[in-house]
Design a protein around this ligand. Structure first.
Ligand SMILES: NC(=O)c1ccc[n+]([C@@H]2O[C@H](COP(=O)([O-])OP(=O)(O)OC[C@H]3O[C@@H](n4cnc5c(N)ncnc54)[C@H](OP(=O)(O)O)[C@@H]3O)[C@@H](O)[C@H]2O)c1
Length: 315
């Protein structure tokens, strides 16, 4: 079968599809025929940097999410033909991920899905919408009456978060560092703020803040939040991973709560709630580009260049 196999830091020009042996189902690890997957910023980080970390299995097939059908299973929870999705839990880092035709995936990270959406849209949902959902509801306790500020709104996760919050009935503000992208935010019915410097404190206020740029703007985001509000750091688009010299006493305003979301722990219950909401509100992920798996190199190059919306790959 065909797969992208990374051994070390790899330029997008050097991406090739290799022939590797098709895996066999094992107890606790059904064999999944991959039908499609979304591409994620973290896969770019893996390819250009993180792959050298000790905790990454090498060689590794990248890809932290997929939609597929069970091809073979030794576990009663899944039977051949079941439509499933999978994400995270070490996928594409500790064990081979979705940039391949078949994958064996742990039952703890395999979820049944019920949706009639076209594969192009379905493939864009698991990781992005699960992360948006967890950030908004588990961490930010989002309610209809809230004003939500999404920083780094012109990422796939930003668009998904704005779509969910708008469907719920919230007032939503999104920031972008590019003037020409403001309309993507207003098109979703949200207010767009141009923020090329990462400095909007004192000008923009919300009681729930979703920080997707990360430590680079987190201090500023904390100062955008009303007393009693919550800031959730979920992204690292700004390329800074740590808050050096952070003084929590002085830098977290009194009565503002700081939290973070890590998408490593999806559950069937949350996946069911998420798809119920998507079906009820007829949400369609904002697709930036779609590619066939045979064109994976072009998909990876597009990701590097930057695409507005989620990049999906179908088999
Ligand atoms: N905590 C978790 O478990 C979790 C899970 C999933 C994703 N994430 C993180 O969430 C973030 C979004 O992920 P994604 O997969 O949705 O990303 P993505 O769709 O690949 O988004 C990347 C795009 O974001 C845009 N962007 C907007 N503001 C930016 C800024 N200030 N600096 C740099 N780029 C900016 C860039 O386009 P323009 O420059 O053209 O605007 C870039 O093309 C990433 O940092 C990712 O690592 C975290």
């Amino acid at each position: 079968m065909k797969a992208v196999v990374l051994k070390d830091i790899t330029n997008s020009d050097d991406i090739v599809l290799e022939n590797i042996e098709k895996p066999k189902a094992q107890k606790g690890w059904p064999l999944v025929k991959i039908l499609g997957f979304g591409m994620n910023h973290s896969e770019l980080v893996l390819r250009v940097n993180e792959i050298r970390a000790d905790y990454i299995k090498k060689p590794i097939v990248p890809g932290i999410e997929c939609v597929g059908v069970i091809e073979e299973s030794l576990d009663e929870e899944f039977k051949a033909g079941d439509k499933v999705c999978s994400m995270m839990g070490g996928m594409g880092r500790n064990f081979n991920g979705s940039y391949e035709e078949y994958a064996i995936l742990p039952i703890s990270k395999l979820f049944h899905i019920h949706s009639d959406l076209d594969m192009k849209y379905l493939a864009a949902i698991p990781e992005t919408f699960f992360t948006a959902w967890g950030s908004l509801f588990e961490c930010l306790k989002l309610e209809k009456k809230d004003i939500l500020l999404v920083r780094g709104a012109t990422s796939a996760l930003g668009y998904a978060s704005m779509q969910i919050a708008k469907a719920l009935g919230c007032q939503v503000i999104g920031t972008t560092h590019k003037q020409e992208k403001m309309h993507f935010i207003t098109d979703l019915g949200c207010k767009a703020i141009l923020d090329p410097e990462g400095k909007i404190a004192g000008k923009v206020y919300a009681n729930k803040v979703l920080e997707l740029i990360g430590p680079k703007t987190l201090r500023d985001s904390l100062r955008c939040c009303y007393h009693g509000g919550i800031v959730c750091n979920t992204g690292i688009l700004g390329g800074e991973y740590f808050l050096n010299g952070f003084d929590p006493i002085k830098e977290i305003p009194n009565g503002v709560y700081l939290t973070g979301f890590f998408s490593n722990y999806p559950t069937q219950e949350v996946v069911d709630s998420l798809f119920k909401f998507i079906n009820e509100y007829n949400l369609k992920p904002f697709i930036g580009a779609s590619y066939k798996f045979s064109d994976i190199k072009a998909a990876i190059k597009a990701q590097e260049k930057g695409v507005d919306g989620k990049i999906v790959v179908t088999m």
